[in-house]
Design a protein around this ligand. Structure first.
Ligand code: ARG
Length: 283
């Protein structure tokens, strides 16, 4: 019997990946609907299937739990159809939570609901932002730095405010494609030093900044980004992502990650997927 080894002389060794247990906050899509259009994916003339959304959300929650993570749940509120996108509820690091200020009035009712949850959860330092700031949808923690999107939702001035409130370096990234209106639709943080992203979603200057900071990044295809593959939740090893993003899943596997596909097509009708539905409560 011959044992063949695949030799890839040009590729660097794949680092060993390690999962870190996470704590997440999610909101069931009980009142999910598409009744307004604030991003190009939303079409209020096509009714959504709420039961299907609930099934997909339950399965996503189950996946997080089966991977050994903790999932906290906030009560949904009627009349707030986008509340399922918990990533837009705030930014939480340790005992500090920065609440959100939505660009569009349709979502502003969610702001206090999430701040109240943070208070009840014992998060002692809570801030209301001065400028438009859509929480973790636009601000991703990568190691010690915050990668912050602007261009469609979060005000650039919110970035400086976050740097002060959270005492971290904030890297401003300008989004240029309306389909990828939140940074978490165009970039996934896989671990403290590894990201995946769609370069075309960013301005030339931001693209250069990303290339400089993350020379080993996974470069996603437009096809995978369009099915929200980059809207992924990683624990450093497992990457929970939209099942349709098969190319990205293969790239992740090549780089030592374990892709965990989930169905999120009903949530996508509102312009969101796995990450949008999962707020990370960072330690
Ligand atoms: N319909 C929601 C909006 O446009 C979707 C939010 C998706 N959330 C995210 N983190 N990308 O605001």
């Amino acid at each position: 019997m011959t044992v063949s080894t695949r030799v890839r002389p040009s590729s660097p060794p794949v680092p060993a990946r390690r999962a870190t247990p996470q704590r997440y906050l999610m909101c069931p899509p009980t009142y999910f609907a598409v009744t307004y259009a604030i991003n190009p994916w939303m079409d209020p003339s096509r009714p959504v299937d709420v039961e299907r959304a609930v099934r997909q959300w339950d399965a996503l929650r189950r996946v997080h739990l089966d991977l050994g993570h903790t999932v906290e749940v906030i009560d949904p509120e009627p009349g707030l159809p986008d509340m399922v996108f918990a990533a837009n509820g705030g930014i939480v690091i340790g005992d500090t939570a920065v609440g959100v200020k939505f660009r569009y009035p349709e979502r502003r009712g969610e702001q206090e609901a999430y701040l109240d949850w943070f208070a009840a959860a014992g998060i002692t330092r809570r801030h209301r932002p001065t400028f438009d700031n859509e929480g973790e949808g636009d601000v991703l923690l990568a190691g010690d730095v915050l990668l912050a999107g602007t261009g469609f939702r979060t005000d650039r001035r919110a970035h400086a405010e976050l740097a002060t409130l959270l005492g971290r370096e904030v890297v401003t990234l300008e989004l240029v494609d309306p389909r990828f209106y939140h940074v978490d639709t165009a970039l996934a943080v896989l671990d403290g030093t590894t990201v995946a992203y769609l370069p075309a979603a960013f301005s030339p200057a931001s693209r250069a900044e990303l290339a400089r900071r993350f020379p080993d990044a996974i470069i996603a295809s437009e096809a995978d980004a369009e099915v929200f593959g980059l809207n992924a939740v990683s624990d450093g090893l497992h990457v929970v992502l939209a099942a349709e993003a098969v190319g990205l899943a293969a790239q992740l596997r090549d780089r030592g990650f374990v892709p965990v596909p989930v169905a999120t097509d009903e949530l996508r009708r509102a312009g969101g997927s796995a990450k949008c539905a999962t707020l990370v409560l960072h330690p």
